[in-house]
Design a protein around this ligand. Structure first.
Ligand code: MN
Length: 249
């Protein structure tokens, strides 16, 4: 039997019916990291993921919201003891959010320091136009034995990708990335051991509707084509990468 699919970055709480979105992951047996954008969303996400086999909740404070919600960092910190997974966190230096970059760096640094102090956290990290700074902060504040980092929708340079691999980071790949020639070049060279899949639903589309976790199957198929692999081989590989990531050792 093929390995279960993995959607390592999906906003299940932003679909019209959160509980149904969680139930659907369980029914379809898709390992899903339900990331959140504000710590206020954490209690409900935790509640809906408790006792579930396939859905895990991530404790987040999205970089695009930091300028309005930096004051929620205390709340984020208070919930961290109940969270093995952290996300969505990171930096966004795109034109709309560049103004809050100093504040974002401050919050992300504190996130990394708290995760390093606690140990054994797994993070889903946003790094729009800021891959080098994100990697600098990870290297300084959350070096490999203190935590595990998955770079979500990574669009940094080849040099930054190589450095991320050396730092032990993984990459969660979505279909949008596979539509861009420059990103395809990057994805064609990533070590297979470092690859996970994601939808970032509902912020990406599959056809004319918002992506759902089951749509990671299209990522597997397209990435397998790019890498000249049998899709089932790639699916098994991603499943093995996921198991290795979440294991305690
Ligand atoms: Mn996201």
């Amino acid at each position: 039997m093929a390995a279960h699919l993995v959607d390592f970055h999906c906003h299940l709480d932003l679909y019209p019916d959160h509980a149904t979105a969680v139930a659907e992951c369980e029914r379809a047996q898709i390992y899903t990291l339900a990331v959140t954008t504000t710590p206020k969303a954490w209690p409900r996400n935790l509640e809906l993921s408790q006792g579930k086999k396939y859905v895990r909740a991530g404790l987040g404070l999205h970089p695009q919201l930091v300028s309005e919600r930096a004051h929620e960092f205390g709340l984020w910190e208070s919930y961290l003891k109940d969270a093995r997974y952290v996300g969505e966190v990171g930096l966004d230096a795109g034109p709309r959010f560049h103004h809050s970059l100093p504040q974002q760096k401050d919050v992300f640094t504190r996130v990394l320091q708290c995760c390093a102090d606690a140990g054994d956290k797994v993070l889903s990290v946003h790094s729009v136009r800021s891959a080098d700074i994100v990697l600098d902060l990870i290297e300084t504040h959350l070096p490999a034995p203190r935590g595990k980092v998955v770079l979500h929708w990574f669009t940094g340079s080849q040099t930054a990708a190589t450095r991320a691999v050396q730092l032990g980071c993984l990459f969660s790949v979505n279909l949008e990335m596979l539509r861009k020639p420059t990103h395809r070049t990057l994805l064609s060279g990533l070590p297979l051991d470092s690859i996970l899949t994601e939808t970032d639903g509902p912020f990406t589309n599959s056809g004319s509707r918002p992506s759902q976790p089951a749509d990671v199957n299209a990522v597997i198929e397209e990435l397998a084509r790019l890498r000249n692999l049998d899709p089932l081989v790639l699916r098994d590989k991603v499943g093995a990468n996921f198991r290795r990531l979440i294991s305690d050792t």
